[in-house]
Design a protein around this ligand. Structure first.
Ligand code: ATP
Ligand code: AMO
Length: 433
């Protein structure tokens, strides 16, 4: 490793010690007798100060000649300096340019010149040099770490299921077909069928954090064509059990981020409110009543809750909540109907006031019931043979959910567009970078 320290690790108390920093040239300010090179690395900025009359002539030439955003290695001494940002500067002994940046730059990473989302995504490698862009992904990493911690603490096993598959899962959203040697195949839209099959193995409680692919044509602020889904499946559990797992996982992720990402939250200007558990539970029927009381357009029992109503409920409730007890007709075939009232089912959605974050359910584990539910949805059980077989040889009752990672981060940080929470988003118009 070439560097000894990140900028953020240097303190004025280190006055006199020799360090080597490496990073991009954030800024050059040449005032004649004194020249400042501000170096940026992942953890912050460091001011490198060159007294041009006294310093080595070659070093002065190098600093004056380097272009913004070039990659440099700076070896020098720390000097406590109250006038410098963060109270220190580096007096360089050697400055080496490791990689020169062309100019003009396609994007200004200092953020002084604003840019549209599309321009930023086109030059994402430069955009991510902006502390505010990078902060989102440091936080996303903390979110994944917290979720994994929660799962491991609760005895889950992490699994990886195939993304190249032969059939649809949800029977609703469109699939991306791919050519697979002589056969047709698809990119998987959810690990649903595989995580359920794993319940027949005795693995008992599994989770996966992996990509899902959906050929949805719409262009919204919360839909992507490739998204990361956080999926769990738990044997001998019902919908209540996994709702409680979900609210705890979400609340813990907020708490963890608030503890370890203070700097990043500050950069983004976000003041995190940790959602209190348990989250409110609102049944589908109650939600319909709340919506109709408002005198807005009324919905029929059995309709899916539309985006407009979702937003209205969100503004009324103002915090995370669960929508439960959906009509069986609205939820996928694998959702368990209530035994005493089969027209409603044990499916649920986790809602943030601004959008849906997760869906889940207790699943049908009875083979015959599953076959009839598949037929009721107008699907052909024969195309689900590989999925159905395990249900004939000992399938425990089970429940689970899928949570959209980018939506969790988007809503946590109040990001306008889901694309801001994805390094290289895929949508109808965007396939590169
Ligand atoms: P599901 O879990 O039902 O597949 P989802 O998780 O993909 O949904 P949701 O936020 O629940 O995402 O999106 C479904 C809702 O989004 C539907 O109510 C639909 O009416 C609405 N919707 C879909 N496309 C658009 C669009 N282009 N503009 C506004 N709303 C849309
Ligand atoms: P669902 O289809 O509701 O449920 O997906 C679960 C969650 O994944 C996220 N998500 C998306 N995020 C961004 N762009 C998309 N196009 C997109 N599609 C889905 C959302 C959503 O709430 N098999 C069930 C889960 C289960 O029951 O375990 C499923 O896939 O946050």
């Amino acid at each position: 490793i070439l560097r000894t320290h990140y900028s953020g690790e240097i303190r004025p108390e280190m006055d006199g010690s020799e360090v080597t920093l490496a990073g991009h040239v954030h800024e050059i300010r040449d005032l004649g007798g004194i020249c400042f090179l501000v170096l940026r690395d992942r953890e912050g900025l460091a001011q490198v100060t060159v007294l041009t009359k006294r310093a080595d002539r070659k070093l002065v030439e190098t600093v004056r000649g380097v272009s913004r955003e070039s990659v440099v290695l700076v070896r020098g001494r720390v000097k406590a300096e109250p006038k410098a940002p963060n109270g220190f500067e580096i007096l360089p002994e050697a400055v080496e340019v490791l990689s020169r940046a062309d100019s003009p730059l396609p994007l200004d990473p200092t953020g002084k010149v604003g840019a549209e989302l599309d321009t930023r995504l086109d030059a994402r490698f430069l955009d991510l040099r902006r502390p505010a862009s990078m902060a989102v992904f440091k936080i996303e990493s903390a979110v994944m770490r917290s979720l994994r911690n929660t799962f491991y603490e609760k005895g889950f096993i992490e699994v990886c299921t195939p993304k190249i598959v032969a059939t649809a899962t949800e029977g609703g959203t469109a699939l991306f077909p791919i050519s697979y040697f002589e056969r047709e195949a698809f990119l998987n839209q959810s690990p649903q069928l595989y995580k359920q099959i794993l319940m027949a193995t005795g693995l008992d409680r599994v989770f996966e954090i992996g990509p899902i692919f959906r050929a949805e044509e719409h262009d919204t602020r919360r839909h992507l064509n490739e998204a990361i889904s956080v999926d769990v499946e738990v044997s001998y559990a019902d919908h209540e059990d996994v709702m409680s797992l979900l609210e705890n996982a979400v609340s813990s992720a907020y708490r963890y981020v608030s503890e370890i990402c203070e700097k990043e939250l500050q950069i983004l200007g976000v003041d995190l409110d940790i959602p209190k558990t348990p989250f409110r539970r609102i049944t589908y029927t109650e939600a319909l009543e709340m919506a109709s009381e408002s005198g807005r357009k009324s919905m029929e029992w059995g309709d899916d809750i539309d985006t407009e109503t979702e937003h209205y409920l969100g503004s009324l409730i103002g915090e995370h909540y669960f929508l439960t007890d959906w009509p069986s007709s609205v939820k996928p075939y694998y959702t368990q109907p209530y035994e005493d009232k089969p027209e409603i089912c044990k499916g649920f959605d986790l809602m943030h006031p601004s959008m849906e974050l997760a869906s889940g359910a207790q699943r049908v584990h009875d083979y015959e019931l599953l076959i009839s539910r598949i037929k009721e949805k107008g699907l052909n059980p024969e195309s689900f043979e590989f999925y159905l077989k395990p249900f004939r040889y000992g399938m425990p009752p089970h429940a689970g959910w899928g949570l959209g990672l980018a939506r969790l981060v988007q809503t946590m940080l109040g990001l306008e567009n889901i694309r801001d929470a994805v390094l290289f988003p895929r949508d109808r118009r965007r396939l590169v970078p």
